[in-house]
Structures are given as C-alpha cells and as structure tokens.
Design a binder for this molecule. Structure first.
Ligand code: ACK
Length: 308
C-alpha cells in the first residue's frame, strides 16, 4: 500500500526503557531531509541527567509518507535498540512514540558528514601563508588524523559486524563527525530493500552509490560483512583523498567489467604504502581473501602508532 498515510494514525507499544516524555524535547532546525524522512536538531532535557540539556538529532517521517516509510523508521529504531551502544556509531538515545508523531532520538554530530568535512578541510593543507580568511579557522588535518579517522570507522564496523549487522552503504557520506572529531557510523539500522533499490540512479547529492559496492553486490546483489569491507576500502580512499569522487572516469555500466579486469584506484597522493596496501586487500575480488574488520583495526592501530 503506497497511499499517503494520515499523520498520527499509528499506535506503538510503550517501551519504557527508551520512552522520553515529549515535553522534554524542543525541536529546532532541520539538519537534512530525504524523500520521506527528516532529521531535526533538538534540545533534550534530562536525558543525560537531571536538569541537564543535551543537543540531539531527531528522526521522523514527513507528511505524505507511506505506511512502508513509517515501518522503515520503526525498524531502524528497533535495530538500534538491539545492536547496543558503541563509541563509533550514532547511538540511539530514546524515542517519543506515544500520543503524537514518532520521534527517534539519536546522538547529534556537530561537524556533519565525513565527506563534506574532509572536502572543507582539503584547502587547509596549503601552507599557512597561502590560506585565506575562512580556511584559517579550520583544523589542519595531519596524516595521523586521517589514519585515526579510518581506525575509528573500522572500530565501529568491527562492532557492527560482531552484532551481525551489515551496513550495505558504508561511505564517507554515511559517517558523521562528532565532538573531538570522533567518527560515528550512521544509518546502519536502515532497512535497505536491495531488490527494490535502483542503485544506478543517482542519490540526492548526485552521487552514484555503486562506486562503493563490491563486485558480488554489483553482480548478484549479494551483501555480507565482506562486501562492507570492500566499501571500507573505498571509504579509506575517500579519507586519504580528502573526499574525492571514486573512479570519476568510470561509468556505472562500466564499473563491474573494469573491476573484473583487475583495475583498481591508484594510490592517492601522499598516502603511505601500508595504507594503500590495506585498501588493495579490501578490494580483493575474492571476498574471502579480504581482511576482517578486526584485522583492519589491528593493522590501522599498528600504522597509527608508527606514524608521527
Ligand atoms: O550529510 P548531512 O549533512 O548530515 O545531511 C544529512 C541529513 O541530516 C539527513 O540525514 C544529517 N544528519 C543525520 N543524522 C545526523 C546526526 N545524528 N547529527 C548530525 N547531523 C545528522 C546528515
């Protein structure tokens, strides 16, 4: 059924572990909107301790959504409840499910998505005297910072994999940057109906998600932790290029053949050989030959300690 559902017609069982009284939430600016959903910044009172106020992000459906859209949001919330907390994922903080629209309350990440964050900081790599006004306020990211970002994402993925969660759309646009530059994986609870999704269509940002997909996902729509590892390799490449577009000259239709022939992206400028080798391992055509997230974490930890 894809008829628009009237607002507020749903009833949910009360889950007192997560329910937060509506009056403790003050909604603010919209952070972003999708086709059926919206993410709004909000102030939550007393969810971290009595009398304390916390900035949070609230997910909701928009007017004109279908029952299926609402089911997706509910499912996302239930997945988050089951997965549990980790420093490197966007954690569920609570929900408002009674007497009004469903609000799913999650951690707010003040620096936005990792892709845009990296792009904004790319210019800052210039020597000080070549940088102009605005750029001077931004953080100068060192190689060690970049490797630490990758390490944190790998930690988050190691946790999700241990909870049997397959992300299916791991990319820098789906990693959010929190206080103290803590990386947090977002949208891991989204139900992705792979059969229904037209991956050849550009997403709202005009990007082709297929460039992050493992060959077996492109060919057979098959996804597992190993296909997430492939995507992690592309994410690692995005980090080391400060948010460049992967395979800019390869079209969606060409990509599978291109990879099958053994072609891979080149080593980014200034990227160390050990990091590039890690990317290449993630891009092994044979999924079983790719490293596990736990091995990636170990490897990045070693590289991090040996990087000045
Ligand atoms: O990529 P963005 O700038 O960051 O645009 C999207 C938009 O809302 C729709 O998903 C932003 N967003 C989503 N969740 C959060 C969050 N927890 N903290 C901050 N921004 C968020 C996201």
């Amino acid at each position: 059924n894809s008829d628009p559902a009237p607002f507020n017609e749903y009833e949910f069982p009360l889950d007192s572990t997560w329910e937060i009284p509506r009056h403790q939430l003050v909604l603010g600016d919209t952070l972003g909107e999708g086709a059926f959903g919206r993410v709004v910044m909000a102030e939550a009172l007393g969810i971290e301790g009595h009398g304390k106020s916390t900035i949070v992000a609230v997910k909701m459906v928009k007017e004109g959504h279908t029952d299926a859209d609402m089911a997706c949001l509910v499912r996302e919330m239930e997945v988050m409840k089951m997965i549990g907390k980790h420093k490197n994922i966007i954690n569920l903080l609570g929900c408002c499910s009674q007497d009004g629209p469903l609000y799913v309350i999650v951690e707010y990440a003040p620096y936005g998505n990792l892709k845009d964050f990296l792009k904004a900081n790319k210019m800052c790599q210039l020597p000080d005297d070549l940088r102009c006004g605005d750029e001077k306020d931004q953080k100068v990211l060192t190689q060690k910072d970049l490797i630490s970002f990758a390490y944190q994402v790998a930690r988050g993925m190691e946790y999700l994999a241990s909870r049997r969660c397959i992300h299916r759309d791991l990319a820098a646009r789906n990693v959010l940057v929190s206080d103290d530059y803590v990386m947090k994986i977002a949208d891991f609870g989204l139900a992705r109906d792979i059969q229904d999704t037209d991956y050849y269509r550009k997403n709202t940002n005009g990007r082709l998600p297929i460039k992050w997909m493992a060959p077996e996902s492109l060919q057979d729509k098959f996804y597992d932790t190993k296909s997430d590892v492939w995507s992690f390799g592309v994410l690692l490449w995005e980090i080391m290029t400060f948010g460049d577009q992967p395979y800019p000259k390869v079209t969606a239709e060409e990509l599978y053949g291109y990879l099958l022939e053994g072609n891979r992206m080149e080593k980014p400028y200034r990227c160390s050989l050990n990091i590039y080798l890690l990317m290449r391992q993630c891009w092994n055509f044979d999924a079983d030959a790719r490293p596990r997230f736990s091995e990636i974490v170990e490897n990045l930890d070693k590289i991090l300690t040996s990087t000045a």
